[in-house]
Design a protein around this ligand. Structure first.
Ligand SMILES: Nc1ncnc2c1ncn2[C@@H]1O[C@H](COP(=O)(O)OP(=O)(O)O)[C@@H](O)[C@H]1O
Ligand SMILES: [Mg+2]
Length: 338
């Protein structure tokens, strides 16, 4: 749970250099007084789909930008596909595709021209740029809107065109920063399906998100908060790390319920969904807790740990709203403070 990468992960020294897509060492970034990255170490393997998951302000875009050569670190260094992101910026740039959080399409140009121009920008021949554009229009299901101005597309279509644009030069590595922000569930699913297919064909994907369901299909996830990586592992291993099952109680007074549980030796967290308790066998303690809890329980649920639970357990805060979970109503007992 320190800032280092998965201990089972072949580090830069032991794995062959050809197997490593991204390697960051002791990265720090300061914006004036803001210490946005506080010592990031990580290794992403080739062909891996890697998710950086954390709330707003965690440092995702900053780390993303450094790895994608758009920003220099204050300290430390990063290598992408074997090249230093500062000294060999151009070498890195020609082999990566980037989808930004912010829209980057030329709104007045057609979808087809957006792709074609990107091909030329990457110095494909006119013919190759055309052929590659047509291929992507086809595989990403954009043929119907190929002649439409980019600004007239739906949110989901725009994001798919951005993805197509990032893929024009057949990059070895795809960087996606909150690439589905603002999309509905279907459009998000479709987008990640495409990214998945790219990775199955051998491409490496580095994505950032604050939605746990978007990180879930990744091969490995780094949980980031306040500029530090809190944990880095496969989704399943992260959930196993929590060491038990989750008991979630929604009560008339969550703060009081948590205080009562603390007095009995439990380690509850109060989140937006209620009082969260991680115990080896939730079903075994549930009846006793329900019978004795001094506040009314509206709902009790037992589930396998989710990434949200892992994050809450590691930080005491909820993931998706990026803020502290709203405090339970009612008088705050001694256990209410977090
Ligand atoms: N250009 C900037 N100038 C000053 N502070 C910044 C700048 N960019 C980001 N920050 C700050 O750095 C921290 C990390 O931001 P960012 O990397 O954008 O996080 P995320 O992408 O996870 O939301 C935040 O506190 C943010 O306010
Ligand atoms: Mg961001």
């Amino acid at each position: 749970m320190s800032g280092s990468a998965d201990p089972r992960d072949p580090r830069g020294d032991s794995g062959g250099p050809g197997e490593i897509a991204i390697e960051a060492r002791s990265l720090h970034k300061r914006y004036g007084a803001v210490h946005a990255l506080r010592g990031i170490d990580l290794v992403v393997r080739r062909g891996e789909m890697f998710a950086l998951l954390g709330p707003n302000g965690a440092g995702k875009t900053t780390l993303f930008s450094i790895l994608a050569t758009l920003l220099r670190p204050s300290e430390g260094e990063a290598r992408v596909l074997g090249h230093d992101t500062v000294r060999e910026r151009a070498r890195v740039r020609e082999r990566i595709g980037i989808v930004f959080q912010e829209p980057a399409l030329e709104g007045k140009l057609s979808v087809r021209d957006n792709l074609y121009l990107m091909g030329l920008f990457y110095r494909l021949s006119s013919r190759a740029a055309k052929a590659r554009s047509e291929e992507l229009l086809h595989t990403l299901g954009l043929e119907e809107v190929a002649e439409r101005e980019a600004q007239k597309l739906s949110g989901g279509q725009k994001r798919r065109v951005e993805l197509a644009r990032a893929l024009v030069a057949s990059p070895d590595l795809l960087f996606l920063d909150e690439a589905t922000l603002g999309l509905d569930v279907d459009a998000r699913r479709q987008f990640w399906g495409e990214a998945r297919r790219y990775s199955q064909r051998g491409g490496t994907v580095f994505l950032t998100t604050h939605y746990m369901d978007e990180a879930e299909p990744a091969d490995r996830i780094a949980l980031i908060d306040h500029g530090r990586i809190l944990a880095l592992d496969t989704p399943q291993a992260l959930k196993n790390r929590i060491g038990g099952g989750v008991l979630l109680l929604a009560t008339a007074d969550d703060a009081r319920a948590a205080a009562w549980l603390r007095e009995r030796g439990f380690e509850p967290e109060v989140g937006a969904r209620g009082v969260l308790l991680v115990v080896p066998e939730p079903a075994a303690v549930l009846p006793e807790v329900l019978a004795q809890l001094p506040v009314r329980t509206h709902r009790a649920e037992i589930h396998e740990p989710s990434l949200e639970d892992v994050f809450l357990k590691l930080t005491g805060r909820a993931l998706e709203d990026g803020q502290a979970a709203p405090r339970a109503r009612g008088p705050s007992g001694p256990g209410a403070a977090q």
